[in-house]
Design a protein around this ligand. Structure first.
Ligand code: DOR
Length: 430
């Protein structure tokens, strides 16, 4: 393994933001300091760039097994590496769903074979995500699963959710909820509000999310379970999580790049690229999400990378599946919004890296401060680079990005996984 000197950059991690070189050898950080050199080492010129712990995505749909026409573990891992990610949590709504050791072992092994990013399978809360019987938590925890979710759907039955929380407290796991009361969203295609009334299409009320956020917070209070709220999208949800944290409950939350940047107005085009679950909301919701990230109510940025083939997304709005790809654009979308809101680079990288790493219990290996001995899972990005995404050039097998034609700022140049480049000068190495 060739040693690498990352020279002339600005190191941003838990220890702050300062100019420093980083020497990587044998898969770990060997030194951080001034003018580091090593004979025979490769050099990465990081001038003008940030050198940080690699990003960790809590919410990636890799689609394999079962929907390889949309994405494979390999293509999704490549997209992740290009987005600066060194670890992703793979969502369990595959076919078959990740409710057994066989499926999670398959996903992890395929991730290892691809070798582009650490793929950590999540497990279902209920068997087949059907919302009826609890999945075998003990077996899945033993297989290394730490995040459990029925994502794509919320667990509707409060009694079953209570039981899930009770069981979870004895295990090293977190229950991550897709908060949606489905009785309130049947047939809905977009956020319920002015735009939706004007278009005359069925709406998805904010309350459908907030009721379940509230229910789960109260169940967590009752049971002591650790919960994580997936893709928070409304101002009301942010406030509920803020109060839960103030009460000292073990609740964490994430927001997606698209909910931080796009509103329901996009649906006036009737373009299903903008259809997503939960739906794009209003500017007031965006402001609340940004404020929530800035004050730490929302812990993490998570992509909800949801690839769908073009012929599915080209269907009419009511028939098209919800979801958008997001791994390759997350940094470029979020960096300008969050820096304009006054967040420091340290806080922005925290939300992309070490905070999600801690939630997923990946913090031994990912999101570590750049100190001697830390695994060299790193990203080098240019925070000033302005660029536009070209959908056809995405590494993801599906190109359903809502960000084409929009100015992005912040671009990944290099990603290192255990000291080996997965991305070199903006190009995937394999
Ligand atoms: O928009 C979404 N797409 N939200 C989800 O919760 C599921 C995801 C998918 O799997 O396509």
């Amino acid at each position: 393994m060739t040693a690498i000197v990352i020279a002339g950059g600005r190191v941003v991690d838990q220890n702050g933001d300062r100019p420093a070189d980083v020497l990587v050898d044998d898969g770990v950080v060997k030194a951080v300091g001034d003018k580091l050199r090593m004979p025979g080492a490769d050099t990465i010129d990081a001038s003008g760039c940030v050198v940080a712990p690699g990003f960790v995505d809590l919410h990636t749909h890799l689609r394999e097994p079962g929907h390889e026409e949309a994405e494979t573990i390999e293509t999704g891992s490549r997209a992740a590496a290009l987005g600066g990610y060194t670890a992703v949590v793979a969502m369990p709504n595959t076919d078959p769903a990740a409710d057994s050791r066989a499926v999670v072992d398959f996903v992890r092994a395929a991730g290892e074979r691809a070798g582009l990013c650490d793929v950590r399978p999540s497990g279902c809360i209920t068997v087949g995500r059907a919302g009826e019987r609890l999945a075998p938590f003990g077996e899945l925890v033993e297989a290394g699963v730490r995040i459990f979710t029925d994502d794509g759907a919320g667990v509707q039955d409060p009694q079953l959710m209570r039981r899930a929380m009770e069981y979870s407290t004895g295990l090293d796991m977190v229950l991550a909820q897709h908060c949606e009361v489905s009785a309130l969203t049947r047939g809905a295609v977009m956020h319920e509000g002015r735009c939706c009334s004007e278009l005359g299409v069925p709406g998805w009320p904010a309350l459908a999310e907030e009721l379940m956020v509230h229910r789960d917070i109260e169940l967590a209070r009752l049971t002591g379970a650790r919960i994580h709220v997936l893709h928070l999208s409304t101002a009301g949800s942010v406030e509920l999580v803020r109060r839960a944290k103030a009460d000292g409950l073990p609740v964490t939350a994430e927001a997606t790049p698209h909910h931080l940047s796009l509103t329901d107005e996009q649906l006036r085009s009737f373009d299903a690229t903008y259809k997503v679950n939960p739906p794009l909301r209003t500017m007031a919701d965006i402001e609340a999400l940004v404020a929530g990230l800035a004050d730490g109510t929302i812990d993490a940025i998570a992509t909800d990378h949801a690839p769908h083939p073009a012929d599915h997304k080209e269907r009419p709005l009511d028939e098209a599946p919800p979801g958008m790809v997001g791994l390759e654009t997350a940094l470029g979308v979020c960096l300008p919004i969050l820096s304009d809101a006054g967040m420091s680079l340290v806080d922005i990288v925290a939300a992309l890296s070490w905070k999600p790493a801690a939630i997923a219990r990946l913090d031994e290996e990912h999101g570590r401060a750049l100190e001697p001995g830390a695994p060299a899972n790193l990203v080098v990005f240019d925070p000033a680079a302005e660029w536009e995404v070209v959908p056809a050039r995405l590494a993801s097998r599906s190109h359903n990005t809502p960000f084409a034609g929009r100015p992005l700022r912040g671009r990944v140049r290099h990603t290192l996984l255990h000291g080996v480049a997965t991305v070199d000068t903006g190009t995937a190495t394999r």
